[in-house]
Each structure stands twice: as structure tokens, then as C-alpha cells.
Design a protein around this ligand. Sequence first.
Ligand code: ADP
Ligand code: MG
Ligand code: MG
Length: 211
Amino acid sequence: APVLDTACFRRWLTETTRLVRRDSARLTELDAVIGDGDHGANLVRGFGAVGTAVAEARPATPGALLALAGTTLTNTVGGASGPLFGTALRRTGKVLGDRPAPTGIELAGALDVGLRSVQKLGGAEVGDATLVDALAPGVAALAEATGAGRPLREALDEACRAAREGAEATAGLQARKGRASYLGERSIGHQDAGAHSVALLMEALRTAVET
Ligand code: ADP
Ligand code: MG
Ligand code: MG
């Protein structure tokens, strides 16, 4: 069975960096239509800085690793996504504490606290066409599947699917938070960039667990 140890979480971050670089143009394009067109560049810069910080500090536990990653994102990304993703990862790391390898259920619970901290910080509910629309269903699917005793790989398949569907569904919604909300009804018909990044993070986690 896969183990959620520090090496696995390090793979999560490096795979996230790879996917964010790969899809940078697409993320920027989505943000250009209803925002300011910097989302890809923001995350490339942020996760690049995370890689440097992790290589220097070499955190020993999953919790310390995610806390460092979160703090680094908050401090290096100027856009809204930096503090939001940063807070999610930092709070998730704090909940994991100094456990050497949390269970899937524990990870799902920690991510749920991360989700709540994002909602508290940004004020977005599900349906406001933000990254919460991918994160909330993704975390819920992970919690439900791990709670039902499903293998972690299967649980992450469910979480990836739910996050992807949530991201795609933002196209039909009016944005009520973030820059896209300035467009009012004209934001309807366009997918949210940050929700796509959440789907990438979920995919990266699945890859990290599989390898
Ligand atoms: P900025 O909008 O400051 O340029 P980014 O382009 O990096 O920052 O990130 C934009 C993304 O951040 C949006 O696509 C959306 O998913 C997310 N976002 C913005 N504001 C909020 C908020 N208040 N709550 C949740 N997510 C938000
Ligand atoms: Mg932007
Ligand atoms: Mg910006």
C-alpha cells in the first residue's frame, strides 16, 4: 500500500511544479479572459520558490514540508492565489503536525481544515466560481472514499474526478469573488483559472502516491 511519508509529499510538490509549468499558458489564458492573465506565471513563480525553499530547509515531516510550502507561496505570489493556496497548504501542514506518515483519512481531514481556512480568508462559498469549486468537492470525495475504507489510490481517483468536474462546472457560474466578479454576469461562460490549478494539485497528489 502507498505510504504518505515525507518523500511522497515532496513528490507531490515537485509534480505540482511540473504540471503548473506544463499548463502555465493555459492557466494564464483562462485568467486573461475574466481576470488579469497572470495566474500561470504566479503559480510557476510560487512553486519554483517552494522547490528552492524545500531544497534548502529539507523539512523532516510531511507537516513541516507543507507548512513551509504554504508560507513560501504566500510570501512569493503577489496575486490572490498565493495567500489562498499558501494558507491551504500551511493549515493542512499544521494539522498533520509531526506525524511521520499520516493515513489517507488523516490527510483528508487535514485538507478539509485547509479548505475551511481558504473559505475564511477569501469568503468564497461553493458556487462562487473560484478555486473553492474544485477544492471542496475534491476534498469531500477524498474524505468520503477514505472514510468508507477504499484504497488510497481509488480515493484519489475519485478526488481528481470531483475536482476536475468542479473546475469545469465553474464555466456555468457567475463569479462572485476575485477579479472575475468585477465582470458580473459577463463572467458566465468562462472557466475559473484557480479551480483548474486545484485539479492539477489533485492530479499531482495522485501521481505522487502512485510512484
Ligand atoms: P489575481 O486574481 O490576484 O491576479 P491569480 O490570477 O493568481 O491572482 O489567481 C486568481 C484565482 O484566485 C481565481 O481564478 C480564483 O480561483 C482564485 N480566487 C480569487 N479570489 C478568491 C477568493 N476570494 N476566494 C477563493 N478563491 C479566489
Ligand atoms: Mg490573475
Ligand atoms: Mg494578478
